[in-house]
Design a protein around this ligand. Structure first.
Ligand SMILES: NC(=O)c1ccc[n+]([C@@H]2O[C@H](COP(=O)([O-])OP(=O)(O)OC[C@H]3O[C@@H](n4cnc5c(N)ncnc54)[C@H](O)[C@@H]3O)[C@@H](O)[C@H]2O)c1
Length: 386
């Protein structure tokens, strides 16, 4: 059953990280890229990651050497011929990915499983480029792949059940936490996490509070590791804005996922956040944080963002995107939320959650604030999620 030889296409941040994970699990890994510099950078990145692990005493030097020896870098796609599993991690562009999958199929054996690490594209559309589309699946790692525990597994509508079962086993054996997601935009994490950014942006744009106060509310009261603005700056507005736009378009312009102009402007200015020195915060010079510590305002911000997250998680369950356990696990392992959102709903009280959503709807009369039918049903039946 073992998938021993893993081909990776795309030697960027994700491809290199996934290669390291697979090699660390004892697989033979072949990485290919059509850009020579990426191959060189990938070697440097993996070597330096392993060196750091040795220095921290997490692995022994001979094991680091073994991992490096498990990996080879090549500019020829044909070298993937012996792969049992190929994971694609190239540019996020559907037509290029489809072309690549059709090419790979001509090189590998008919038993080889083909996977995409796409964050936002349809696995079903990618699979449609292959003759044996039943062997295509989504394996979505998070960045940086060697550190982030979560992997979303996304079968396309064509994917055979035994392929999904096998991939769940294999990625678990690579010491990752796997969750199963339906092939829908954003899968689990990138869909449910949207309100963490969008509602924070809205609160700021309406002038209810400044970014420092919103970040303070979510970290101090909510227990989130990073506030929404610090987190968006960290992810980069190039990445975060594009994902928001892509989710919004893929959901046929669902108002809940509407991107914000404040973020669009940062994106347009090239103020991508920490990596460019400026985003919502200015990283080029020390500045004093202007936090409004009015407790009722802090509580309002925290509750408003949290209820939008809970509503999103409940709605994902309503649409059977994943199981309740996987939804809660994904948000804790994929974006380090302090608690599963469905568990959090139970703790807040389902009726209270409904009244918070209805309060927002009453105030704005916008579709964005409609309460998920499942949340309302649970309240009516006096049920909890767990
Ligand atoms: N960066 C993230 O946070 C993240 C997280 C999860 C998933 N992803 C997904 O992973 C994929 C890769 O993202 P990344 O951040 O590693 O990108 P990246 O830009 O760091 O790397 C992409 C690599 O693919 C190579 N490439 C492009 N077209 C190619 C082709 N036709 N054949 C071979 N190589 C090609 C490029 O030279 C580059 O080295 C994307 O689909 C992205 O959506 C990214």
């Amino acid at each position: 059953m073992k998938l021993k030889t893993i081909g990776i296409v795309g030697a960027g941040a994700m491809g290199s990280g996934i290669a390291q994970v697979a090699a660390q699990a004892g697989c033979k890994v072949i990485i290919t890229d059509n850009f020579a510099e990426s191959l060189l950078n990938s070697q440097k990145l993996i070597r330096s990651n392993l060196q750091k692990l040795v220095e921290k005493g997490k692995i022994e030097a001979p094991f680091a050497e073994e991992i490096i020896n498990n990996i080879s870098w090549t500019d020829s796609l044909a070298d993937l011929a012996t792969s049992d599993l190929v994971i694609e991690a190239i540019i996020e562009e559907i037509s290029i990915k489809k072309k690549l999958f059709a090419e790979i199929e001509l090189i590998v054996s008919s038993n080889c499983i083909l996977a995409s690490n796409t964050s936002s594209l349809s696995i079903t559309a990618i699979a449609s480029a292959c003759k044996l589309s039943e062997r295509v699946i989504g394996i979505h790692f998070f960045n940086p792949a060697p550190i982030m525990d979560l992997v979303e597994i996304i079968p396309a509508i064509q994917t055979q059940q035994n392929i999904t079962d096998l991939i769940l086993q294999v990625i678990t054996s690579w010491k990752k936490t796997v969750v199963l997601a339906k092939d829908t935009p954003g899968f689990i994490v990138n869909r449910i996490a949207r309100p963490y950014y969008s509602e924070a942006l809205r609160i700021m744009e309406e002038g209810i509070a400044n970014i420092e106060t919103i970040d303070y509310a979510m970290t101090q009261l909510g227990g989130f590791k990073m506030g929404p603005f610090a987190l968006m700056d960290f992810i980069g507005h190039d990445v975060n804005f594009r994902v928001t736009e892509s989710v919004f378009q893929s959901f046929y312009f669902e108002p809940r996922y509407k991107p914000s102009f404040a973020q669009k402007r940062l994106f347009e200015a090239g103020w991508f956040g920490k990596k460019t020195g400026k985003g919502f915060y200015d990283y080029t010079q020390p500045s004093e944080l202007q936090i409004d510590t009015d407790i009722s305002k802090i509580k309002y911000i925290y509750e408003r963002i949290l209820i939008m997250l809970i509503n999103e998680a409940v709605d994902a369950l309503h649409w059977q995107i994943s199981s309740k356990n996987d939804i809660d696990l994904a948000m804790q392992k994929g974006v380090n939320y302090p608690k599963g959102l469905l568990k959090w709903a139970d703790e807040l009280g389902i009726a209270h959650c409904v009244s918070l959503m209805d309060g927002l709807y009453e105030e704005y009369h916008e579709d964005r604030y409609r309460c998920s039918p499942l949340l309302r049903k649970k309240a009516l039946l006096c049920e909890t999620f767990y």
